[in-house]
Design a protein around this ligand. Structure first.
Ligand SMILES: NC(=O)c1ccc[n+]([C@@H]2O[C@H](COP(=O)([O-])OP(=O)(O)OC[C@H]3O[C@@H](n4cnc5c(N)ncnc54)[C@H](OP(=O)(O)O)[C@@H]3O)[C@@H](O)[C@H]2O)c1
Length: 248
């Protein structure tokens, strides 16, 4: 199995890579894409130690939108073809800080939506041509409903989910699978500044198990952990005239 991971230094992505190795029935080769070559080299070494047949490192800032097509081409050439591509990079910007700056807002949208769209599109073109492959993209429950505390990040994640939904509709006839992943709170470096940890928080390993299972079962959209489906169904059902008055 040939696996491409975009944003491979992410804690969730690392756990997914390890989970792929644990559940694999065939040899697994990786291309790991990220912007930090030292971290990528350590992750590659770890995956080789855990039975990966190969783990190639590709250094790329994933906000360079016009380089995304070449990025996918290079990974495709390295692996021969790609069976599964996970798009995992992202940032969690400080809402109150970035809402005052169009430049920072634009950057957040590039980091959390536009780059994902460019990568999905480049992967879709190649997978459509060979009529197989899986694209898995990490969105967020934050993309399901806008809240004052994180509506720029939420707008990016919501846009990614809608884009993925439309692309899934296009890809279905070619047999290419697209999975949208909506995690809730996950204990990773992205959320280290958030003090509250409790029952709603999951580990990257828990989320990784759900992601790998969903890839294997060709699911379309998953909430992880699964209880977030119920929470978000309730959140989405609150009438707007009430929701707008809540401090969320
Ligand atoms: N943690 C949560 O509670 C949570 C909840 C819902 C969704 N998510 C989503 O899950 C995904 C993974 O996040 P995580 O929780 O695993 O956080 P994380 O460990 O902080 O990972 C985020 C990764 O994105 C990478 N990245 C950011 N900008 C990049 C760029 N321009 N080019 C290349 N790589 C870039 C970072 O690379 P560096 O190592 O170089 O900084 C980092 O490895 C993200 O899409 C996030 O939005 C997370």
């Amino acid at each position: 199995m040939n696996v491409l991971i975009l944003g491979a230094t992410s804690a969730i992505a690392q756990a997914v890579a390890r989970q792929f190795l644990l559940s694999a029935t065939t040899p697994v080769k990786f291309v790991l894409v990220g912007r930090n070559d030292d971290k990528l080299a350590l992750i590659a070494e770890d995956l080789i130690g855990r039975s990966a047949t190969a783990a190639h490192v590709q250094v790329q800032d994933l906000t360079q939108l016009d380089a995304m097509d070449a990025c996918i081409s290079r990974a495709w050439e390295t692996l021969g073809s790609i069976d599964v591509a996970l798009i995992a990079h992202g940032t969690l910007p400080e809402q109150r800080e970035i809402e005052k700056s169009w430049e920072l807002t634009e950057q957040a949208l590039r980091e959390n939506a536009l780059s994902h769209m460019a990568l999905m599109e480049a992967l879709a073109l190649r997978m459509e041509a060979i009529k197989r492959g899986t694209i898995a993209v990490i969105g967020s429950v934050a993309g399901d409903r806008g809240r004052q505390s994180n509506y720029i990040y939420g707008a990016a994640k919501g846009a990614t989910a809608i884009y993925a939904q439309g692309l899934r509709n296009r890809l279905t006839k070619s047999g290419v699978h697209l999975l949208t992943i909506k995690p809730g709170f996950v204990d990773t470096p992205m959320t280290e500044s958030i003090a509250k940890k409790g029952l709603l928080w999951a580990s990257p390993e828990q989320v990784a198990q759900d992601i790998v299972k969903a890839v294997q079962k060709k699911r379309n959209v998953i909430y992880t952990p699964g209880f977030w489906w119920l929470i978000m169904t309730i959140v989405k059902s609150v009438p707007e005239f009430i929701f707008k008055k809540l401090s969320m």
